[in-house]
Design a protein around this ligand. Structure first.
Ligand code: CAA
Length: 380
């Protein structure tokens, strides 16, 4: 196994690092406070090719591999996880889903604009009563011949208000269970589609999270992704890749918190010396560094599996499970190393600690990852 990065991959990593330092860092605290991410920054990320990294160039994407994508995700997430979740959802859930399973007409109409960052997308699976238990969809898409009539509510939708295009999972035929679920492309301006108030969140507060309401929304049949009844498989296959993006986000949060703690521990003095010289702090840093490197290997492995055309459901779930645990643990320790300063916003680590928590929850909680992992290792 060789994780030596190519020149192109190193360049992408550097470009993401530069963007994070030069564009995301200033204002990250204010965006967290105000719960706002400016569309201007989304546009810039689009211009740099971060919004459709793995999409073929003929559809306006950057034509890169998953490894390049996770490198960028890590760098963006070190500074601003609110920005990186927008990148992750647009890339791995929306663009990848459309490019892999969409019709040519859907790709021309939606993917080209999504991949260039001209518009952004949202992935709508979760409901008030269907989070982890994703087959229990209450949202319905009733077949009316050449269109569906969509009714229901979706919850905690990333890019909820900023998006223009929504991939909505809904039940068409309840008797068929999860084989009766469809994935539909819904446009923001469709009649009967309403956006609820913004969620007031613990972390990733700059990201745009809303509930969505569909009241008799007429969705043309040509907006269905894949064959009739493919919606649940579509959601599962798309989420398997999405989890690699969130694993990379978790890795970035961990690495960002560690880098801040390392720097601080070499500057801050206590008991006559820099605190890094106290073994109690040095050992914390040693643990953080070791676990981050282990998480990085799992994330790279999952990305390489996807790029090589191998099954990545297991490696992606393991990467997300472990990297999100490391993110939480590392961010808590980074706050501890910063002491009182860690508890105030200016030092950034308290935000990273709040942001870390969501990586154990969205795109499948840690418990769901354990279901996926255990089923995979027990099936043979
Ligand atoms: N790839 C392809 N198919 C898959 C699959 C995968 N990775 N995982 C499951 N399936 C298929 C199964 O083969 C099965 O199909 P068949 O009956 O035809 O064989 C079907 O899906 C149902 O599978 P299960 O019987 O295993 O279903 P289950 O009810 O036991 O649930 C689960 C499986 C893994 C728990 C699933 O419900 C799950 O992943 N839940 C979590 C949902 C989730 O991640 N939500 C995140 C919301 S999105 C989000 O957070 C985005 C955001 O904005 C940031």
């Amino acid at each position: 196994m060789d994780f030596t990065l190519s020149e192109e991959q190193l360049m992408i990593q550097q470009a993401a690092k530069d963007f994070a330092q030069n564009e995301l860092l200033s204002g990250v605290i204010e965006r967290d406070d105000a719960q706002k991410f400016p569309s201007e920054l989304v546009r810039k990320m689009g211009e740099l090719g971060f919004m459709g990294m793995m999409v073929d160039e003929k559809y306006g994407g950057s034509g890169l591999g998953t490894l390049s994508y996770v490198l960028a995700m890590e760098e963006l997430s070190k500074i601003d996880a609110s920005a990186s979740v927008m990148v992750s959802v647009n890339n791995s859930l929306v663009c990848w889903g459309l490019e892999t399973y969409g019709t040519e007409e859907q790709k021309q109409k939606y993917l080209t604009r999504l991949a260039s960052g001209e518009i952004i997308g949202a992935f709508c699976l979760s409901e008030p009563e269907a989070g982890s238990d994703a087959t229990s969809q209450k949202t319905t898409a009733i077949d009316k011949g050449d269109h569906y009539i969509l009714n229901g509510t979706k919850n905690w939708i990333t890019n909820g208000n900023q998006a223009e295009v929504y991939l909505v999972i809904a039940q068409t035929d309840r008797e068929k269970g999860h084989h009766g679920i469809n994935a539909l492309i819904v446009e923001k301006n469709m009649e009967g589609f309403d956006i609820g108030p913004k969620e007031n969140k613990l972390g990733i507060r700059g990201s745009d999270t809303h509930s969505l309401m569909f009241n008799d929304v007429k969705v043309p049949k040509k907006n269905r992704i894949g064959d009739d009844g493919f919606g649940f498989k579509f959601a599962m296959k798309t989420l398997a890749g999405g989890r690699i993006g969130i694993a990379a986000q978790a890795l970035g949060i961990a690495a960002g918190a560690y880098e801040l703690a390392l720097k601080y521990s070499k500057e801050r003095k206590a008991f006559g010396t820099e605190i890094a010289n106290h073994q109690v702090i040095a050992f914390k840093l040693a643990d953080m560094h070791t676990k981050i490197q282990a998480a990085r290997h799992l994330v790279y492995q999952a990305a390489c599996d996807k790029d090589a055309g191998n099954d990545y459901t297991l490696s992606g779930a393991m990467a997300k499970l472990y990297a999100s645990e490391v993110a939480m643990e590392t961010a808590v320790e980074a706050v501890q190393i910063h002491g009182g300063n860690g508890y105030v916003k200016d030092y950034h680590v308290e935000r990273l600690m709040r942001d870390a928590k969501i990586t154990q929850i969205y795109e499948g909680t840690s418990e769901i990852q354990k279901i996926v992992i255990s089923r995979s290792i027990l099936k043979d």
